[in-house]
Design a protein around this ligand. Sequence first.
Ligand code: FPP
Ligand code: MG
Length: 337
Amino acid sequence: MSQKREIGATVPCSKGRFLDSIYAPIQTDLAEVDRILIEQLDLSIPWMDKLLGHTNITGGKRMRPALVLFSALACGEIGVQHHQLAAALEMIHTASLIHDDVLDHAVQRRHVETVNSQWDNKTSVLLGDYLFTHAFHLASQIDSLAAIRRLAVASNRVCGGEMKQNAWSGDFDISEVDYLQMVSEKTAELCSCACYCGAHLSNASEPSSEAFSQFGQNLGIAFQIIDDILDLVGETETVGKTLGTDLKNRKPTLPVIHSLSQVDSALRQTMVAELVSEHPDHGRVMNWLESTGSLQYAKSRARQCAQSAVDFTDDLSGGVGSESLKLMAQFVLERTF
Ligand code: FPP
Ligand code: MG
């Protein structure tokens, strides 16, 4: 590896006051994860430094690393393997977002222009593949077959969930159960994996590691439901990414699925015609969602999932680790970015 530089230094690292305060107990560990992320990437590869500037690899919410570290803390001490696993997870997550931005035709992510917008889809595919494969390169240094296996299975499920979503584009007959299964794969799997591995690498028992995994699964589902709400009503400057892509890409998200279940068949037909049209009218769809209370419904489902996550922590020992996980669940619900 040749030159080193601070990747993502273009955007301040503050994640907002609430998240910064939650992360206080793991500040030095998160800094170590950032250091590994930067150290690991081979900047001698042509354009790598410029490309990575557009992934802002240390500038995301770093939720998955934080979940690894807090789960570790709840079961024991944080060690080198936790740092490596957290960095590998963040690489996989970033790779999935680089590919996702191609699929969603997004132009902004983490407050910077996306790789597909600045360069092209070919570059995004390659950079995503580079990060994805490098994550396993890094994870292979971890002395736990169970953790590496979990990472492999979770990554595979993320892709499976995304393939379901792609197949369901324009299909507004899918149910809430289908939607929840899909988001539990595409989004919650990595959160679940983070919590399981954090606990497992701290020598937690298998049932205890599974309880952490369930925490992450429920938290991840709540996160994605809120993400889908923000895609409809969020502010681009605050969220820092292209919004409104779900309607444009004809994705059946929870607010839309709920709204369609609340209306008579004539209105449903009108709504579906709008939703599958080439340019769905955002204002018209929002009026329907508001009249059926579907944004509130989605928020209440997210709250239930976050509560289920917190319920799993009841069985876990107290301490700063599990208290911080509870705060993460609160952040997921309250976040505006
Ligand atoms: C964001 O969803 C995207 C994901 C949670 C997963 C994307 C997965 C892939 C593209 C498969 C490839 C995976 C790997 C591991 C290389 P979103 O579009 O709802 O959220 P957004 O608003 O943040 O874009
Ligand atoms: Mg997207």
